[in-house]
Design a protein around this ligand. Structure first.
Ligand SMILES: [Zn+2]
Length: 207
């Protein structure tokens, strides 16, 4: 199962040009099996996304991209999140306490919004986003080396804000994912691999 795990929808991400309808239409066209909406510091779209998922039969899971004081962290499986920026470690602990997972988004992207070397300090992360649609090859390689060094799961995602980017990267799961809870469990079990879209199909990264 292929899921793009980091996407921005325009209602709650001011820097996105994408509607949920567009995201799902393009995702289907490309051959994705599901998408995750991870708006900046908001899970405001969750109810609408769940309703649209039911209506279309297309899996849509809502998480968040939280801008911690040390950089962006994706989280899934939570009900509550801080109203303002807090330390990365405090956010990770807060998510864990709710039974959720955290993923370091684009840790070495050149926009100073990744955790960078804080990866050595923050404990309790579940995964590192190795493939990110706005990240250059050197930073992708570095993220992969860190994931291996720290023994963390690796994910892939487009981080899309415009139609052309939807689904350029995704995460492959060997099992079917039917709920956020199953997504959380799969990542925690490291039952996932980054994937990329090339020549009209998805390929598992590193294979
Ligand atoms: Zn993002």
């Amino acid at each position: 199962m292929l899921i793009d795990m980091h996407m921005h929808e325009k209602t709650f991400s001011a820097d996105s040009y994408l509607s949920l309808e567009e995201i799902v239409a393009i995702a289907r066209q490309k051959g994705l099996d599901g998408v995750c909406i991870t708006d900046h510091d908001s899970m405001g779209l969750r109810e609408a996304a769940e309703a649209y998922s039911k209506k279309t039969g297309f899996p849509i899971f809502t998480g968040i991209e939280f801008y911690s004081l040390q950089g962006d962290i994706l989280a899934f499986g939570i009900e509550e999140y801080p109203p303002e920026r807090i330390d990365a470690q405090d956010f990770v602990d807060m998510v864990r306490a709710q039974g959720g997972i955290t993923i370091s988004a684009h840790p070495f992207r050149n926009n100073r919004r990744g955790l960078e070397e804080n990866l050595d300090i923050v404990t309790g992360l579940d995964a590192i986003e190795v493939l990110n649609g706005s990240t250059l090859p050197d930073a992708i390689k570095k993220a992969e080396l860190y994931a291996k060094k720290l023994g963390l799961a690796m994910t892939g995602a487009s981080d899309c804000h415009i139609p052309d980017k939807v689904g350029v990267y995704a995460t492959w799961f060997p099992e079917e994912i039917r709920s956020v809870q199953e997504l959380v469990e799969a990542v925690r079990a490291k039952a996932c691999r980054p994937a990329y879209f090339q020549d009209g199909a998805y390929h598992i990264y590193g294979c």
